[in-house]
Design a protein around this ligand. Structure first.
Ligand SMILES: [Zn+2]
Length: 160
């Protein structure tokens, strides 16, 4: 397995994540008194190693984000990608291949170079970002809630 380390220097979306308890079906020991109860089993066993009760499907509750990144990605046709899922927020950046009038490269390669950034550039890039991704932004606001989405400009480090 390899690790990708990316740095984005550009406008991004900070989306506050609301969580909810969601039901999940898992394969587990079906004896509620057993210590293995509600522990997910991945191997195909018929009986519990601990108590000998039959293994079956049970429903457990898990804390999950109310927003499915997969659904959002499909709806916005991957115009933006979620590079970080932090505990309480998702960070979305423009997908690579973005067309910008100013032609600045937003995705840094590991090469030598200096690129000065002024406040005016940040303002112009943010305006362009809003303009270019208007449709995706409205879909994302719809999923997270309009109050939960903030457009920012900054440096986003992503490891995946
Ligand atoms: Zn058991």
């Amino acid at each position: 397995m390899s690790i990708d380390y990316c740095t984005y220097v550009e406008p991004y979306l900070e989306c506050k994540v609301e969580t909810a308890q969601k039901p999940h079906k898992i394969s587990s020991c079906t004896n509620e008194k057993c210590k293995e109860y509600e522990r997910e089993l991945w191997n195909r066993k018929n009986f519990c190693d601990s108590c000998g009760t039959q293994i079956g499907e049970i429903t457990i509750m898990r804390t999950e984000s109310k927003v499915s990144q997969m659904e959002v990605r499909e709806e916005i046709k991957e115009d933006l990608c979620c590079v970080n899922r932090l505990a309480e927020e998702d960070i979305w950046v423009a997908n690579i291949g973005r067309q910008d009038k100013n032609a600045r490269r937003f995705h840094l390669d590991h090469m030598e170079g200096v690129e000065g950034i002024t406040h005016d550039m940040m303002v112009a890039e943010t305006a362009e970002f809003i303009d270019q991704y208007r449709h995706a932004l409205s879909i994302i606001r719809g999923h997270y809630g309009p109050e939960s989405v903030t457009i920012k400009w900054g440096i986003v480090n992503s490891i995946h």
